[in-house]
Design a protein around this ligand. Structure first.
Ligand SMILES: [Zn+2]
Length: 392
């Protein structure tokens, strides 16, 4: 890790275009930290399964794992923050660290608690069918981790009277001025963003850094994007889409498995097919939820164009947002597939395409995905019902 730190900092110091280099290195840093945590997490879980093959007390190992993983987590957080402070010139308040550690800790315990449920079942019963649930547990655990961290990382406050006039004006223009606006104090972190949050009672969140550093027209463009999410009820629809994705995955793996079990009497052969089903199902499940989120993002981007904001104006606001947050705009297409947002490059491309055929096409792609998923669920669930229940 120290080697990585020396490498990053020296690359930054040698670079001519400091801002550009900081963006590149920051993106690289975030990815590396994620990867390091993932590798250590997976290695740890495998150890637990091996240790538990003799059905020893499980909870003891779980706590050991939590302690081990939280150590890794804290080390990598301190490491990342110290580099970011150098290359992004950030002065973080102490409260930032405190909240990061606390929210990260709570999020991790919750996440691993959920991921461990199927792991416990496998090691207790030896039944490989619980393997299927690991993908779902990782997804749900990961989602809850971000939910906890996001809610606890930044202190919230109400928007003051004299603040964010442009936000209030824009909401009024779209007749949703009654919506609550909250400010997230980033505690010195350079993080400029806006979010539409809340499942039933919608809210608009804006970070303090965005309020202080974005120009009025940039804030306005970002607010209209969020209004696009709010008007389309994306909060609920994305969650519903994810729920369908889980159902689809489960009916896919259990449906196919029931056919194989029905037709293949050879146990060894059946086992190897089971692994193939698990992998094909998991790969689809890995890409589905982020595909759903990205579709919602595109819908919100297109809403901005339809609302009358000029494409060039919105494009420049998006570019500023990516730049001010030190996020690379041109990531590879493969990496984009697992991200919740399309890359800046692709968003600009889609906006330009949409501008040309805006009047003709007005399809709700998110609804279409949900309909297709429902149909696929019904198909595989019927297969399971026939081969797994009625004929078995
Ligand atoms: Zn969005």
């Amino acid at each position: 890790m120290t080697g990585l730190k020396i490498y990053i900092v020296s690359r930054y110091e040698k670079s001519v275009e400091k801002e550009k280099e900081a963006t590149k290195l920051n993106t690289f840093l975030i990815r590396s930290i994620f990867l390091v945590n993932l590798i250590f997490g997976v290695t740890g879980s495998i150890f637990i399964i091996v240790l538990n093959s003799d059905k020893l007390a499980f909870s003891r190992h779980f706590y050991l794992f939590i302690v081990y993983f939280i150590e890794i987590f804290i080390i990598s957080i301190f490491f990342a923050t110290s580099i970011q402070a150098k290359i992004l010139n950030q002065k973080l308040k102490n409260a930032f660290f405190l909240r990061q550690i606390m929210s990260g800790f709570l999020g991790l315990v919750l996440m691993f608690g959920i991921i461990f449920l199927p792991v416990v079942q496998i090691s207790k019963t030896g039944d490989i069918k619980y393997l299927y649930f690991i993908s779902v547990a990782i997804f749900v655990g990961n989602y809850l981790f971000y939910l906890v961290v996001f809610n606890l990382q930044y202190p919230k406050r109400k928007l003051k009277e004299n603040e964010g006039k442009i936000i209030k004006e824009t909401l009024k223009k779209f007749e949703i001025e009654s919506i609550e606006i909250e400010v997230l104090d980033t505690l010195g972190q350079k993080f400029a963003n806006l979010f539409a949050a809340g499942l039933f009672k919608q809210k608009l969140l804006v970070t303090s850094y965005a309020l202080e550093n974005l120009k009025e027209e940039e804030i306005k463009a970002a607010v209209v994007h969020e209004i696009g999410h709010i008007k389309a009820k994306h909060g609920q629809k994305i969650l519903y889409g994810w729920f369908l994705a889980i159902l689809y995955y489960l009916s896919f793996v259990f449906g196919l498995e029931s056919i194989v079990k029905f037709f293949v009497p050879n146990f060894e052969f059946y086992r190897s097919i089971q692994i193939i089903i698990f992998l094909t199902g998991t790969v689809q499940f890995l890409f589905l939820p982020s595909f759903i989120s990205r579709t919602a993002e595109i819908e919100a981007d297109l809403f901005v164009l339809k609302s009358g904001i000029k494409r060039e104006e919105y494009e420049s606001a998006l570019k500023t947002l990516y730049a001010i947050n030190y996020i690379k705009g041109d990531i590879s297409n493969a990496l984009e597939k697992v991200q919740s947002h399309p890359s800046l490059k692709n968003r600009i491309k889609i906006l330009a395409e949409a501008e040309n055929k805006l009047k003709r096409e007005d399809e709700h792609k998110l609804d279409k995905i949900c309909n297709n998923l429902t149909a696929a669920c019904a198909l595989f669930a019927t297969v399971y019902l026939v081969f797994g229940v009625i004929l078995s």
